[in-house]
Design a protein around this ligand. Sequence first.
Ligand code: ADP
Ligand code: MG
Length: 409
Amino acid sequence: MTEPQWLEAWSVEEGARRVDELFTSSFDGSPEGVWSAPGRVNLIGEHTDYNAGLCLPTALPHRTFIALRPREDDRVRLVSAQAEGVWEANLSDIAPGTRGWGAYVAGVAWALAEAGHKVGGFDAAVDSCVPFGAGLSSSAALEAAVAVALDAVAGLGLAGSDTGRTELVAVTRRAENEIAGAPTGGLDQSASLRCREGHALLLDFRPGLSALESGVPVPFDLDTAGLTLLVVDTKAEHSHVDGEYGARRAACERAAKLLGLDSLREIAPALGGMGIDRALAELEPHDADGVLRRRVRHVVSEIDRTARFANLVREGRAADVGPFMLASHASMRDDYEISCRELDLVVDTAMAAGALGARMTGGGFGGSAIALVNQADVDTVAQAVADAFADAGLTAPVFLLAPPSAPAA
Ligand code: ADP
Ligand code: MG
């Protein structure tokens, strides 16, 4: 027996105390305030955001905290409990290609300025209990925490409404895409800024939708249903992740172009599209090895599963979503080819130990998996997964409990 390792979320008081102390020991005086933002898990809807599709994330109780104080000049000075030394730059020097973790922070100030908002320099201290690179969006948690902090100190008032938060999503996404240089699709930032406690957020990435249409909170009451969402950080890290992500995006763009569509979402008959069978038939002459058709089949079926999953949750039938989680995992493993040995092991072991459903979550090639588990079975499932990893000679995974939690604040 291998004792499962748990990563507990800090309380807001604990996180605030940590960054306040780090700020005062790094800079003279006190911060103007403390803000924080959550990591996220995606319940279903993977690699659909950049296909104008649907995703269904919840916010984690695990958050990134920032203590911040504006400056008179345009200097940015940053410290993080997760990084060495002080990261420093002038806002006027921030541009695509800015290096280091400070790019995620200063990039948000840059993107706010690009959007026409007046922001000056600042000193800030960061600390986080969101694991890095585990598919739980520590990068978006950091960006969203910075966004609500700068929103407050510059008096922009955007964080006060869902419409304003949708603007902050666009800002933080530009920071990540253009300054940090990660071509992600917007799911992570939307989740950290717009999720609500006790809810999942049904995101629709079709262009031109209002804030109200693009993010619909769906009550997701796990406690009443006697359920727990268990997250397993597999600690698996695979090389070439960025290249594989880019290759998946490129395949989707190529398929859409061959079909004469702006996005794969438009294949959906409900939107007047041609349907999956005709799409696959039209792609066949261009797709000798079948790769393009497998990618398209994942995206189209995943969008459909996400809509159905959200409907079940809305009807209070969270206990019935398991088959959709398993179908989603199989689609990512076989058609999108983004799973790996560790993720498959979590899913198979959790199901054998009594989970109602399980799937990998996030971009893939490592990172985390989720399992929906009856509350009474949480320890049994975690134990089974910890043992399976030990038996296979793999690095011990880390377990997180993930009740749907509050957004950036
Ligand atoms: P993920 O978002 O899945 O955790 P990413 O690679 O997108 O992984 O983002 C991780 C990067 O974000 C880190 O390498 C670091 O540059 C930055 N980052 C996130 N949180 C922090 C933090 N608390 N302190 C410093 N840098 C951070
Ligand atoms: Mg990230």
